[in-house]
Design a protein around this ligand. Structure first.
Ligand SMILES: NC(=O)c1ccc[n+]([C@@H]2O[C@H](COP(=O)([O-])OP(=O)(O)OC[C@H]3O[C@@H](n4cnc5c(N)ncnc54)[C@H](O)[C@@H]3O)[C@@H](O)[C@H]2O)c1
Length: 335
């Protein structure tokens, strides 16, 4: 793979010990990037685990909020591009502790961008979220849909998007903003390890394996079976889009934002049914009152990513759930 002919320096992956970041590291290696050209900066605070990464990788345990630590990384390594995954990502927690989200996500990103400015690093690929859209007026959601977050997590991501736009305008730092929908599945023998686990697929898997009740909030939405419908994207497809986003920037593409979803929805009950099939176990479902503010259906169009990044999702919900289930079983065996 000759994409990096032009890439003289190293690749910094912030949050690279986390769920998605660690998949990115493995994808970069699969694409032929040398281990010594990949630097992971992670404070191992949320889900991040050193054991998710190859032993030989350059790993810096450090906090983006510590500007001196960030400076150390940029002083020591000749960084050419940044994949910025680090951040807090629990929607519910953000409603309880908004300050934590604004401080860590926004201030951490500013420290990173300031250092990029100082060291003349011109390319960043940022993990944004469908949470920046809030409750969309139209489905499927297009990138130019109005962004009105309904929680501090989504707001913090939107703030970073705006900050990036200014750093682009003023300092010519080029960015790709990737707005993920619901990411699931595992590959490269990795796992998903959030504590507490709030992501619906690993949660359903854990509850079924432990023979515990699965609470489903709301059964009267205007959907196929009354439960919410969401757009799930396989983490392998997601990190592949990041690689293509880098290629896009390398080839002179201008800074832009892209949805990463599949435009196919699955209801919560459909997810449970697939986990039942994969595990051979029966779920115990309890319905609870839904959140009035929850949109019944959230789907993304990925047409823009298809046109400009030449990307499209290749895996479906069965691939997502089967790989997540196998990952969970593997995790249990490893203790
Ligand atoms: N998983 C999803 O479905 C999803 C959806 C939309 C957006 N995102 C975004 O993608 C990114 C990665 O998500 P994930 O699911 O892999 O989360 P994760 O919690 O597994 O990974 C985030 C990593 O960032 C690290 N981190 C947090 N704050 C840090 C700081 N100040 N300095 C250094 N490291 C720090 C954590 O230790 C962790 O390893 C996040 O920014 C998240 O908001 C995820």
């Amino acid at each position: 793979m000759n994409l990096y002919k032009k890439c003289m320096g190293k690749i910094l992956v912030t949050g690279g010990a986390g769920y998605i970041g660690s998949h990115m590291v493995f994808l970069l290696m699969e694409k032929g990037i040398k281990k010594e050209d990949i630097i992971v900066l992670d404070n191992l605070s949320e889900g991040g685990n050193r054991r998710f990464l190859p032993a030989e990788i350059i790993f810096v345990e450090g906090d983006l909020l510590n500007r001196e630590k960030v400076r150390e990384v940029f002083d020591r390594y000749d960084i050419d591009v940044v994949f910025h995954f680090a951040g807090n990502a629990y929607v519910r927690e953000s409603m309880e502790f908004p300050g934590k989200y604004f401080y860590n996500n926004v201030c951490g990103s500013i420290n990173l961008l300031e250092m990029m400015k100082e060291k003349n690093v011109k390319k960043i690929i940022f993990s944004s979220s469908c949470a920046t859209y809030g409750i969309p007026a139209t489905i499927p959601i297009e990138e130019n849909c109005c962004q009105k977050p309904i929680n501090p997590y989504g707001e913090s991501k939107l703030m970073i998007e705006k900050i990036l736009k200014w750093y682009n305008k003023i300092y010519k730092i080029n960015y790709v903003l990737l707005r993920y929908f619901n990411v699931g599945g595992v590959s490269f023998g990795l796992g998903e390890n959030h504590n507490p686990e709030t992501h619906i697929i690993p949660l359903i898997i854990k509850l079924i394996l432990e023979d515990k009740e699965i609470k489903i909030f709301g059964k009267d939405y205007d959907t196929v079976d009354g439960t919410c419908v969401r757009d799930f994207i396989h983490v392998s497809d997601l990190v592949d889009a990041h690689f293509r986003a880098l290629k896009f920037l390398e080839e002179g593409g201008s800074s832009d934002s892209f949805n990463l979803g599949t435009n196919k929805g699955n209801s919560l009950l459909e997810l449970v049914k697939i986990v039942e099939e994969v595990s051979g176990k029966k779920a115990r479902i309890v319905f609870k009152e839904g959140n009035a503010g929850d949109p019944p259906v959230l789907l993304a169009t990925f047409r823009k990513a298809e046109n400009l990044l030449r990307w499209k999702p290749l895996r479906d919900i069965h691939d997502i759930i089967k790989s997540a289930y196998d990952g969970e079983i593997r995790n249990e065996k490893q203790g």
